[in-house]
Design a protein around this ligand. Structure first.
Ligand code: BGC
Length: 419
């Protein structure tokens, strides 16, 4: 009920903002719908806003809070149905393909050809940015979800080294719990539960199992013993969050690690933006490492901006926005602040901190070795219906409605029905 009300409020807000906006039709400026509302995300968004405003292009901001973008997509559907699509919209993976198939997106082929996108945007992103040979969105970055963020002094004070295996991690959680520190900062929202599940499932299933279960949707892999192990590990995570986890926003969970109230957060690398925004330094104040047992894999999601067809060709402002997004200097400046890594393969890592450098190296290595997989939680493994079916089971299990065995059975059934 609460999230329904939130959604209704978001839609009302969206419609009222649009009604009062002089640039909502795309002429003279851009109206940008996105879910970058935390401190770190807003700082990154400002890099893009400033870039456009320096070119004389007015920016109308249309923020809709909610990681994973579910609420933003609800607002977007209402806007499109009302015949009033925003100029540019943050989108993820299969959602982009869906909007392109509905004929809602402007064709960016001219911009892409002029800027040589085919040569510099990696295949993993092109599969979501190009539909039937047409460029339909501009990739901003590459995030990945199988990261852990840790408070360094909390770990040092408790004699905890960076865990290499699931067993090491489970032991570290016990140590922190015994010391009276919340082991894991978590926000109980379905997309956050699912973000944790990306990494936990990868650790339990391994890359082949992850591919079979979540990319190929093979019922045997979905119903395997390894999947039960994944849910058993989720139950261990659940036992190590604080009592107030329910409904907490992800950035407030990050703040718990920053403040030393909690040891770890399992979250995508947008969490790094919060540490940086708080003036923290990687390696000194906080640590970043791949979730134990997934050191060779990357579960990724890429933010892209879809340019909604405003009736005719891509507008000059949309083309300028797309060009700005893919410029090498913007790719470095933005991603340094956002916590993600560039969507181009030819950007230097010189300006990135240690976590960013590792992110870039891990991404290149995983792409090379075949260990780069779309994130289930962030819409890069499946279309929305399957993603939501997985969310439901993961969250019900996390909240104790199902034991692990039941969760496995429910997962097989839910995925089958959702296809
Ligand atoms: C997006 C990130 C964003 C995060 C939390 C993810 O779905 O890809 O850019 O920072 O949600 O809002």
């Amino acid at each position: 009920m609460r999230s329904f009300l939130k959604t209704k409020t978001a839609i009302a807000l969206a419609l009222s903002v649009t009604a009062g906006s002089a640039v909502a039709d795309g002429h003279g400026g851009v109206e940008v719908l996105h879910w970058w509302t935390s401190g770190g995300e807003a700082a990154a968004l400002n890099v893009l806003k400033d870039d456009l405003e320096a070119q004389g292009i007015a920016w109308t901001d249309m923020p809709v809070a909610g990681g994973g973008g579910e609420q933003a997509m609800t607002v977007l559907r209402a806007r499109v149905t009302a015949g009033n699509a925003p100029t540019a919209v943050q989108g993820l993976g299969f959602d982009i393909i869906d909007w392109a198939n509905q004929g809602a997106l402007a064709n960016l082929n001219d911009v892409a050809a002029a800027e040589g996108w085919d040569d510099v945007i990696p295949a993993a992103l092109q599969q979501f940015a190009k539909v039937d040979g047409e460029w339909v969105s501009a990739p901003v970055n590459v995030h990945s979800t199988n990261w852990v963020w840790a408070n360094k002094s909390v770990l040092d004070a408790n004699g905890i080294a960076v865990p290499e295996t699931w067993e090491d991690f489970a032991a570290a959680l016990e140590t922190l719990s015994a010391a009276g520190v919340t082991p894991i900062a978590h926000g109980g929202q379905p997309w956050q539960d699912a973000t944790v599940f990306d990494a936990v499932a990868m650790s339990a299933l391994g890359p082949d199992g992850y591919r079979s279960a979540f990319i190929d949707l093979d019922p045997e892999a979905l119903g395997s013993d390894a999947m039960k192990e994944a849910f058993d590990r989720m139950a261990v995570i659940r036992a190590n969050v604080d009592d107030n986890f329910s409904g907490r926003d992800w950035n407030l969970a990050t703040a718990m690690v920053i403040n030393g109230e909690a040891g770890f957060q399992m979250m995508g690398d947008w969490a790094k933006g919060e540490f940086l925004n708080a003036g923290e330094v990687p390696g000194e104040d906080f640590l970043c490492f791949r979730f134990p047992g997934t050191q060779d894999q990357v579960t990724f999601n890429a933010d892209q901006f879809m340019m909604f067809d405003q009736g005719g060709n891509v507008s000059a402002e949309q083309a300028a926005l797309a060009t700005a997004i893919l410029s090498p200097s913007f790719q470095s400046a933005f991603n340094v602040v956002k916590g993600s890594v560039p969507a181009r393969t030819d950007v230097s890592d010189a300006d990135f901190d240690a976590c960013g450098k590792q992110g870039m190296a891990d991404l290149a290595a995983a792409a090379e070795s075949g260990n780069l997989f779309g994130s289930v939680a962030h819409g890069h493994a499946n279309e929305a219906s399957v993603k939501n079916a997985i969310y439901d089971v993961v969250t019900a299990h996390f909240n104790g409605e199902f034991d692990s065995e039941t969760a496995v059975d429910e997962l097989v059934t839910a995925v089958e029905i959702a296809q």
